[in-house]
Design a protein around this ligand. Structure first.
Ligand code: BG6
Length: 492
């Protein structure tokens, strides 16, 4: 592998994301040689830390990867800490001087990657200063990685985009959606465009419904403060779910390149029907978890979580039916759902094919009903793989039909060796490949789809429906499909 040259400047270097995701990912890249001699990291945040202390924290953050003492020393020697107030122009000069010094010392050719791992309200001022204080280089690349949330609605997203855009060009901006770094989300394209047996059936003639479930068993944990302002719609649907929808719905790109894929994803998102308020009330439902039990565990209600308002009306669950108004998808519902404190952690896509036009076995078998549908399942996590259910003949006399499941899952060994989402995305960014990042047009289109849902709910006066923690969501989420004659597919 190639020793990519770059200086990483991490804003929010003492934070949770940096410790949980970024430093471990950098270490994995280091181990594989994707970064090696020619890289350095500056961590910045308000508090005063020494380089030594910072290196200890970095060492702690990679403990679970079981590094040798030598690896720890080598790796952490590339880390530097600079206390920094993002609103103080003078402090950017100090930062810039350190950056220049490290650039020379490690021969980084002016390549810089600015990672904003902190609250979005600071994105604007940081980007402005990076430019005005000339921390951006003329030689080498300057790239900006930003975390979600990207705005809280279309308007604020646009403002933010304009602020960032005043300093960075679109092709320098890498907006993270970590779902795009997941192995099995990337596999959606492999399944579709690598298999003619699927791609030729991938349309309204053969597909009954598409179902996407992003279920979580955890509650809001320590993030009540953020989450209560956001809710599942903005936390999961605007970004992760609509990204998965676009990958499933897009037209085949002519070639698997950043630009070709992006064009098709944007077209798909633009074809998602933007509902009016009345339609929202029929097509989108929400819920909030109440107390509940699962096995021996009992869980508190959302309203009792730390940081959550006593009378909060924030949704911890959303289910929706999206329609895509184009030739390929006319009439095919895309059912999506996500929620916290559900029965299990499970991210899956089910493609439910139409059943045969008639059941020719209706008299020969003991069941005259329509035949079960063929279902292609993509397991995204925690297990990763595919399954396909087919109808076969039950062994023995008569002609009873019995669905069988062809099931492939990646082995634990494969999973252990597969790169983590953040690791892949950081490497993509080092290489300048933005395929698995969200373009502004995607962000903008997604906000337009969800804004109307939020506005409709904001006007509601009836209290939000609840569901017991440990269940699969409120009753209305099941009714949503039942009223169309469908039901959620959910098998292990
Ligand atoms: C984040 C959300 O984007 O995704 C969290 O803010 C959520 O609320 C998380 O828990 C889920 O990610 P993953 O990778 O665990 O499925």
């Amino acid at each position: 592998s190639q020793d990519n040259k770059a200086l990483f400047i991490i804003f929010g270097g003492t934070g949770d994301l940096a410790k949980r995701k970024l430093y471990p990912s950098l270490f994995r890249l280091f181990r594989k040689g994707n970064i090696n001699k020619h890289f350095a990291v500056i961590g910045t945040a308000r508090r005063e830390w020494s380089d030594d202390y910072f290196r200890e924290i970095v060492a702690e953050s990679i403990e679970s990867l079981q590094p040798t003492q030598q690896e720890i020393t080598d790796f952490t020697s590339h880390f530097y800490y600079q206390a920094h107030n993002v609103n103080d122009t003078a402090e950017y000069q100090v930062l810039g001087d350190l950056a220049n010094r490290l650039d020379e010392e490690y021969q980084l050719d002016g390549n810089r990657l600015f990672y904003l791992a902190m609250a979005p309200r600071f994105f604007g001022t940081i980007s402005k200063h990076i430019k005005s204080e000339k921390i951006m280089t003329e030689n080498g690349f300057s790239r900006l990685i930003i975390e979600k949330p990207f705005g809280t609605d279309y308007e604020t997203a646009e403002l933010l985009n304009n602020e960032i855009g005043a300093a960075f060009k679109e092709e320098q901006i890498f907006r993270i959606d970590h779902y795009l770094g997941k192995e099995m989300v990337q596999n959606i394209s492999a399944v579709r465009f690598g298999n003619n047996i699927f791609e030729s059936l991938w349309n309204h003639k053969y597909i009954e419904s598409v179902q996407i479930t992003l279920a979580e068993s955890l509650g809001v944990e320590e993030r009540g403060g953020y989450y209560d302002q956001s809710g599942a719609l903005k936390d999961m649907v605007q970004n992760h779910i609509l990204q998965v929808v676009s990958l499933l719905a897009m037209e085949p790109p002519t070639i698997f390149s950043e630009e070709a894929i992006r064009t098709e994803k944007i077209n798909a998102l633009k074809a998602v029907r933007v509902y009016d308020e009345k339609e929202v009330l029929h097509a989108v439902v929400r819920g909030q978890y109440a107390e509940g039990k699962l096995g021996d565990n009992s869980f508190a209600s959302y309203k009792d979580e730390p940081g959550v308002e006593e009378n909060s009306q924030t949704e911890t669950f959303v289910a929706a039916k999206f329609m895509i108004d184009n030739f390929r998808w006319a009439g095919v519902p895309f059912y999506v759902r996500t929620g916290k404190r559900l029965t299990e952690k499970g991210t899956r896509i089910n493609i439910v094919f139409k059943s045969t036009p008639i059941n020719v076995f209706r008299e020969a078998s003991n069941d005259p009903a329509d035949l079960p549908e063929n279902i292609l399942t993509i397991y995204i996590q925690p297990t990763e793989g595919f399954s396909l259910t087919l109808n076969g003949k039950e062994i023995g006399d008569g002609f009873n039909i019995d669905p069988v499941k062809l099931d492939y899952r990646h082995s634990q060994e494969n999973l252990d060796n597969s790169p983590e989402a953040y690791e892949k995305l950081i490497l993509d960014c080092l290489k300048g490949d933005a395929t698995n990042f969200t373009h502004w047009d995607e962000v903008a289109t997604s906000w337009k789809i969800v804004d109307i849902i939020r506005h409709t709910w904001d006007k509601e006066t009836t209290p939000i429906p609840t569901y017991p923690a440990g269940s699969m969501g409120p009753k209305c989420a099941f009714d949503l499909l039942e009223s169309d004659g469908h039901k959620w597919v959910w098998e292990p």
